[in-house]
Design a protein around this ligand. Structure first.
Ligand code: NDP
Length: 506
């Protein structure tokens, strides 16, 4: 029987390293990127953060704190309070009081002004928020600066506009809020997910208790400070960092009227069981395994950029990542060669460096999960291609990779790896592409690349996915609803559809 070391060596042999091609003209190191680190001097980090309840930071009744670390350096950034069941109860009570006495009675236009004020304050602090998001979560600063933070702000602006126009969103209905909403978010887009949840809820007149993910609570703490600065009535937004048990206590709290959850399908199922028969409203935004379909008539260079953006954006920690590439057989060799060439140019490293393309894996736990699934892919007979980029000495890293020789039945083709790992399969006809794309328990997103507009309409109509991008990937906008089918959950966030989850219609 092979030892663990022998097995590891065998796996190493199976990897095809993607090396950067030697340029035709040799410039030595003259064209290398100089380091361009974003400064963290302007960031004020507290040593310890309490729970944000009733407009104040308070010590947890649980008396527990946990550390949040920078996944790129493993340095401890801060201690954060962990909310227990008594804290959840205190936050729900604060939210309920704020709902009854203030928020649901406020003129909708005034509600909108508060939400607008939050958006403006976030805008003022956008640099601080971007740096903190990259430090706490590991994502490259160019993504937190250009995607996460501006989109989070856009969600507040957009929903501020709806606050006094809800009767136009739902004509011929009386529109009223629901009450206290419990909201649980993951670690891949911490501030953005908080904005997706809080902005529509409070704009519609509800109050919220939000639980950020255990590994990324810090931008939510800054958002709590913004709520204070905006003079938001105490208790309208409550933020409770904590672990899975905190989330479970929130889900099971009797006076919470609605749960909005984004995270894994497994936890989504637990929550669905827990809320069944309670009368609580529920929206679930869960996992995905999106097909990114490239036809032979596609603009190939653009498609390769779309593939890169689809899977290596945010280290592949994206529920709607284009993690299954389906490429038409006639162009597969060309696409794979171009993909390898492009991967060889991706820079992995310090998330605060403005030239970094691929940052750190969010946690040791997630890194272990990626490694386990990748090892399983190799064992099942798929061929692993991996960037030969340098791995920083500290922190959690996984180089951009893709698998060929993948069968539909492989675990790597069916399960969410949630890392920078793409699986590549081929197809011959459009029907085969659709069949393969839909043959999965998930249905969150998909991509189609072709030169023909008619083919886009033909294919996208047959895709069982909540969002289908055509000749682009991973594009988000607060006006556009987002959500899934099948095991990717139900309910929509964003746009008019997203408001529906936060109102009662009479
Ligand atoms: P989880 O689904 O466990 O976490 C999402 C959120 O739910 C976190 O705030 C988490 O808290 C909380 N939570 C955990 N258990 C419960 C519970 N029983 N009741 C209520 N809330 C709970 O995802 P993980 O972070 O564990 O990631 C596991 C896998 O899930 C990933 O590898 C990835 O495949 C997938 N995932 C998918 C996401 C998506 O957007 N589709 C997002 C994140 C993960 P805490 O952080 O303290 O555990």
């Amino acid at each position: 029987m092979a030892t663990v070391k022998e097995e590891q060596e065998a796996r190493e042999h199976a990897v095809r390293r993607i090396e950067r091609e030697k340029p035709a003209l040799e410039f030595g190191s003259a064209w290398d990127y100089a380091p361009a680190p974003e400064s963290r001097d302007h960031l004020r980090l507290e040593e310890r953060y309490g729970l944000f309840i009733g407009g104040k930071f308070v010590a947890p009744k649980s008396k527990k704190y946990f550390e949040t670390v920078n996944p790129a350096t493993e340095e401890t950034l801060a201690q954060v309070a962990e909310a227990g069941p008594a804290d959840v109860d205190a936050a729900v009570t604060a939210a309920e009081e704020a709902y009854r006495k203030r928020w649901s009675r406020l003129k909708p236009a005034d509600r909108g002004k508060y939400v607008y004020r939050i958006a403006r304050l976030l805008q003022e602090k956008s640099r601080e928020l971007a740096v903190l998001e990259s430090m706490d979560g590991g994502k490259p600063i160019k993504e937190s600066r250009d995607v996460d933070v501006p989109l989070a702000i856009a969600h507040f602006f957009y929903h501020a506009g709806w606050a006094d126009k809800l009767e136009y969103a739902f004509p011929r209905h009386t529109v009223s809020p629901i009450g206290v909403c419990g909201q649980i978010i993951p670690w891949n887009f911490p501030l953005l997910m908080a904005a997706w949840k809080i902005a529509p809820a409070i704009s519609c007149g509800n109050t919220v208790v939000l639980k950020p993910a255990e590994t990324t609570p810090l931008t939510a703490m800054l958002l709590a400070e913004v709520c204070q600065e905006a003079d938001l009535p105490p208790g309208v937004v409550n933020i409770l960092p904590g672990a899975g048990e905190t989330g479970a206590a929130l889900v099971n709290h009797a006076r919470v009227k609605k749960i909005a959850f984004t995270g894994s399908t497994d936890v989504g199922k637990i929550i669905q069981r827990a809320t069944a028969g309670t009368g609580k409203r529920l929206t679930l935004e869960l996992g995905g395994k999106a097909a990114n379909i490239v036809f032979e008539d596609a603009p190939i260079d653009q498609a390769v950029e779309g593939i890169i953006n689809g899977i290596y954006f945010n280290q592949g920690h994206v529920c709607c990542a284009g993690s299954r590439l389906l490429v038409q057989e006639s162009i597969a060799d060309t696409v794979l060669q171009k993909l390898s060439d492009r991967i060889a140019t991706l820079r992995m490293g310090d998330p605060l460096d403005k030239n970094t393309d691929v940052g750190a894996i969010n946690s040791k736990m997630q890194l272990d999960k990626i490694r386990e699934l990748v090892a399983c892919g190799v064992e099942e007979g798929a061929e692993l291609h991996q960037s030969s980029c340098a791995i920083p000495p500290k922190g959690f890293w996984f180089p951009p990779s893709f698998f060929t020789n993948v069968a539909q039945s492989h675990r790597i083709a069916r399960e969410e790896i949630f890392g920078p790992v793409l699986t590549v399969m081929t197809f011959r006809t459009p029907d085969e592409a659709i069949e393969k794309a839909n043959n999965i328990p998930y249905g969150l997103s998909a991509g189609v690349w072709t030169d023909k507009g008619s083919k886009i309409f033909q294919i996208t109509q047959k895709m069982r996915a909540g969002v289908v991008w055509a000749n682009t990937f991973n594009k988000f906008d607060p006006t556009s609803p987002f959500g899934g089918y099948k095991e990717s959950g139900f309910g929509r966030e964003g746009g008019v559809h997203g408001l529906r989850a936060y109102v009662e219609l009479g």
